[in-house]
Design a protein around this ligand. Sequence first.
Ligand code: ATP
Length: 236
Amino acid sequence: MLSIKDLNTYYGNIHALKGINMEIEQGEIVSLIGSNGAGKTTTLGSIAGLIPARSGSVIFKGQDITNVPAHNLVKLGISLSPEGREVFPALSVQENLRLGAYIKTDKAKIKESFERVYDLFPRLRERINQSAGTLSGGEQQMLAIGRALMCEPELLLLDEPSLGLAPNLVLMIFELIESINKKHGTTILLIEQNANMALSISHRAYVLETGRISMFGKACDLANDPRVKKAYLGQM
Ligand code: ATP
């Protein structure tokens, strides 16, 4: 579904991505793990047209989408839930979600999308009219993911959904990500520092180290790899 070939991205003279290659098949959850500054957010940004790639290509369902701006990707079926829960604090839950469906005009379809998101996140339904800025961190994260789901993407790009959340909420968010994939067949690319949780729900994974993919394979194999255990899972 998504094929990334020899992607190179720079910030001025800093060579942040040094020839990234990744493949994501339809229906998979694939995670990209790596430590701080490895280039995870840059990879996602370059896929989503937010950070221009200097060379290489991103192909989505046979179509070259390299450096296509993020707002044009939504129409093609790609949606991004950004790091840091960038919800609009003064707007209500419902209004934030509505913004995620901006490409839709059919009222019945929009209603269907709302129902789908509220079924996944009953907590958001309970807080429909509450302003997003007053939600807890976990709820804001749900809202950011829900907003990305409002346009019913085929491919969902998730940037660090567990960042800054208490451990019980982290577990809940990962269970929700798994259920989005299982219930709706949404393909998911998950960027995560929490390698343990990411590997536990992913089919496959890539390990990023200073702008290069250093390892990749089935998530269960990586979770048992001594190098991954030592560097990313806090095990000896
Ligand atoms: P984190 O989890 O800490 O966000 P990351 O793996 O997502 O880390 P990136 O944010 O993609 O890493 O950063 C990759 C490299 O690019 C880092 O060395 C970082 O310092 C550098 N970088 C990121 N953004 C910029 C920028 N706007 N200008 C210059 N360098 C940048």
